[in-house]
Design a protein around this ligand. Structure first.
Ligand code: ADP
Ligand code: ZN
Length: 435
């Protein structure tokens, strides 16, 4: 209807165009970083100067930046411009150690809103849509990040905020919400409460697009949510250190998330050797911001594990695609010497229609040995038949053992009985004795 498929011309750059722009922006960013005491010292220690960084390959000369650096320099230590030129800060929760702070200039905020608007436009959001955001506002970047992006795109926005599910549903029905942003665990919760209230999302709402992200989820979880709410759900990746949402987003192909390479330079490294992994292999995502002025981050180790999907995307964008995030390197469970990610468990569980979406993994010590118990909620439709339950349990345990190489205990619990968290779902409880 007269609209372009693309929000920004940068979206359709070819590889040569992307790399030329990256080279130019990398040089400018590195020069700009010399306004920061932190980077001046880093470069001095590494025996390099800003002028040594001329090509994309030169990036390898720059030391990594880590979450620990952000903590050590808390609150404003990495900033490359004076505080008087900054317009906002976001701070992480700081559940482990010092919180971290990211500063933004006015221009940074505009660029961030543009990235989010670009993502939403890409999946078909248009000014006549009604956009509802169920993220917490305030320090959590999913709130303001989506808010300004959706406003820039020109949608009518409903800044509902987190929680209060009944009110959330009332907004969806009363305001004719067509696009919703929710974390996957909350999307499932909304559906459950709608069912309890006799609301059929397909019949009684206008929902058509869902942006889901902020926590790892499997392809089956996405399909379930799409089915439940009658929407197309697009994976959204972001993190506070990289502004927030808008870093990478699925296109209509729903096959990997385009990471905006006019904003970020992407590397995937082996977290042990810190060397790049071969193209297409899983490793730690490392990002360099090349479109930010208050607090650029050079070679920031995100701790998120993913890979670059090989091949071209039919959508016409040449920005690389990252695969679903497997989890953070610090989410990894080491049980009996085996490395396990919660998402591997989820991938198995979500294949069973007999199960609902909520599960909790508990690690404990029994007679000196590590044990894993998975509590998972049964779907309402499941008929309570003891031998059927036993068969189901045996099947699930077998599939899990094949996937994670240890044998967990599986316990079925009634729907709604696992603890609900306000924000991201808590999937692992570690009660093991630490020696
Ligand atoms: P916090 O550190 O408090 O969780 P953030 O909101 O910055 O704060 O969280 C960013 C992290 O959330 C990412 O590093 C990643 O681990 C996770 N994340 C974000 N988006 C996704 C996604 N689409 N899929 C999986 N994990 C995601
Ligand atoms: Zn695409």
């Amino acid at each position: 209807m007269g609209y372009s498929k693309f929000f920004n011309p940068e979206e359709t750059l070819d590889r040569a165009g992307i790399e030329a722009l990256q080279t130019e922006r990398l040089r400018a960013t590195v020069a700009h970083c010399m306004g920061s005491e932190f980077y001046r010292k880093r470069f001095r220690e590494a025996g390099i100067s800003a002028g040594d960084i001329r090509t994309l390959d030169d990036l390898q000369k720059i030391p990594f930046t880590t979450k620990q650096d952000l903590r050590d320099t808390y609150p404003f230590g990495i900033a490359s411009i004076p505080l008087s030129e900054c317009a906002r800060l976001h701070s992480s929760s700081g559940t482990t150690g010092n919180p971290t702070v990211i500063l933004h200039s006015k221009k940074d905020l505009e660029q961030w809103a543009n990235a989010v608007a670009r993502c939403l436009w890409m999946v078909g959001c248009r000014p006549d849509d009604v956009f509802q955001n169920s993220s917490g506002y305030g320090m959590f970047t999913g709130g303001l990040g989506f808010q300004y992006g959706a406003e820039l795109l020109g949608m009518l926005t409903v800044p509902a905020g987190a929680g209060n599910t009944l009110r959330q549903i009332k907004f969806i029905t009363d305001f004719g919400t067509t696009v919703l942003h929710a974390i996957p665990s909350y999307a499932s919760r909304l559906y459950e409460v709608m069912c309890e209230k006799g609301i059929d999302p397909r019949r009684d709402t206008k929902l058509r697009i869902l942006a889901i992200g902020a926590e790892p989820h499997s392809e089956d979880t996405r399909k379930r949510i799409e089915e439940m709410l009658g929407v197309k759900a697009y994976n959204s990746f972001g993190m506070s250190e990289m502004c927030g949402p808008g870093v990478a987003f699925e296109c209509p192909e729903q096959n990997g998330m385009h990471i905006w390479e006019d904003y970020y330079i992407v590397e995937i490294i082996d977290p042990e050797t810190l060397k790049p992994v071969p193209e297409g292999e899983v490793g730690e995502l490392v990002l360099t911001t090349i479109n930010r002025e208050a607090m650029p981050l050079l070679r920031y180790r995100t701790r998120d594990l993913t890979r670059i999907l090989p091949g071209e995307c039919p959508c016409g964008r040449h920005h690389k695609r990252i695969d679903r995030i497997r989890g953070r390197s610090d989410d990894m469970i080491i049980l009996k010497g085996v490395n396990i990610f919660p998402i591997q468990v989820e991938q198995v569980l979500m294949q069973y229609n007999e199960l609902a979406s909520d599960y909790l993994i508990t690690l404990d010590t029994e007679e000196g040995n590590d044990s894993m118990t998975i509590e998972v909620e049964l779907a309402n439709s499941f008929i309570d038949d003891y031998s059927a339950l036993q068969r189901l349990e045996r099947n699930i345990v077998r599939m899990l053992r094949d996937e994670i190489l240890v044998t967990p205990k599986v316990k079925f619990v009634p729907k709604g009985s696992l603890p609900q968290s306000e924000g991201k779902a808590v999937r692992v409880r570690d009660l093991r004795k630490k020696y």
